[in-house]
Design a protein around this ligand. Structure first.
Ligand SMILES: C[S@@+](CC[C@H](N)C(=O)[O-])C[C@H]1O[C@@H](n2cnc3c(N)ncnc32)[C@H](O)[C@@H]1O
Length: 262
């Protein structure tokens, strides 16, 4: 990948998402129609629009946007994810899509080339979110829609630190989940004003989340013990609850969107 910010981190991304690609693509928690639709609703594609989804992973957002838009492009650093995306496009008969391997920091398209620029659940993997956001802004046409979605850390600093420590263990390619205020500030600092917000939760059974993860040191049972122990006082800010099936918890998440000034 060219134009990297941190080559060691880029290797961690490639390593983790190559291992995770097929399992990640199969997860209904992130690729079910209801959750994908949150991005489509914020992007509001029109038949003449060209859209790009940065860090597209297995392509569910690109394929959903391309149901209405003239064309949608997905860009991702990890070839195994792009293979999943190609397979999804083939299964769903989507031909108005293009897949590109590359970096969110240096997208090989002209300024203002897209009416819609989206990025979902990737900013917590980025060492330089402001640079990636600047690239989203650059790619958007005047009046184009910019849609950013990610999990968010609690405003309670101790919960945020515990949550990020757990996530960096569970997924070593994580840099940091930021707060809602941090993500809102990206829009405001770029001159887009306060973004529209849609909050949602991404729920998991703790044991399913652990089974789909590749924690540092391979310590799945210790990770599950940590999650199972996070009910009292909700120290991770994940609303953990004991249920007959096991501990259930959720990633608090948000979709932020705004139009680029014309
Ligand atoms: C958690 S997955 C999310 C995938 C997809 N956006 C979705 O919501 O289904 C994160 C994706 O970000 C990609 N990624 C991480 N850092 C990247 C970078 N600097 N440039 C391009 N892609 C990156 C990974 O390869 C991975 O596919």
């Amino acid at each position: 990948m060219s134009n990297t910010v941190d080559p060691a981190h880029d290797r961690a991304i490639l390593d983790y998402f190559t291992k995770q690609a097929s399992g990640f693509a199969a997860g209904p928690e992130l690729h079910g129609r209801d959750v994908v639709q949150l991005i489509v609703d914020a992007a509001a594609p029109l038949p003449q629009d060209h859209a790009i989804d940065l860090a597209c992973g297995p392509g569910s957002i690109v394929c959903a946007l391309a149901e209405t838009a003239a064309h949608a492009t997905g860009l991702d650093a990890t070839p195994a994810m792009l293979e999943e995306a190609r397979a999804l496009a083939a299964r769903t008969g989507r031909t108005n899509v293009t897949w590109e391997q590359g970096s969110v920091y240096a997208v090989p398209h002209q300024d203002g080339a897209f009416a819609i620029v989206t990025c979902r659940f990737a900013f917590h993997h980025l060492t330089d979110p402001a640079a990636a956001f600047a690239e989203m802004l650059r790619l958007a046409a005047p009046n184009g829609r910019i849609v950013l979605c990610d999990g968010i850390a609690s405003d309670d600093r101790r919960k945020a630190e515990a949550f990020n420590a757990m996530e960096c263990w569970r997924d070593p390619s994580t840099v940091e989940f930021r707060t809602l205020g941090y993500l809102q500030h990206l829009f405001v600092a770029a001159g887009l004003g306060e973004p529209a917000l849609a909050r949602f939760q991404v729920p998991y059974l703790a044991k399913d989340l652990v089974a789909a993860s590749f924690p540092k040191g391979g310590e799945r049972s210790a990770l599950l013990a940590l999650l199972d122990g996070s009910v009292e006082g909700d120290p991770l800010g994940m609303s953990a609850q004991r249920t007959p099936e096991g501990v259930r918890l959720a990633f608090p998440s948000v979709v932020l969107s705004a139009a680029k000034p014309g």
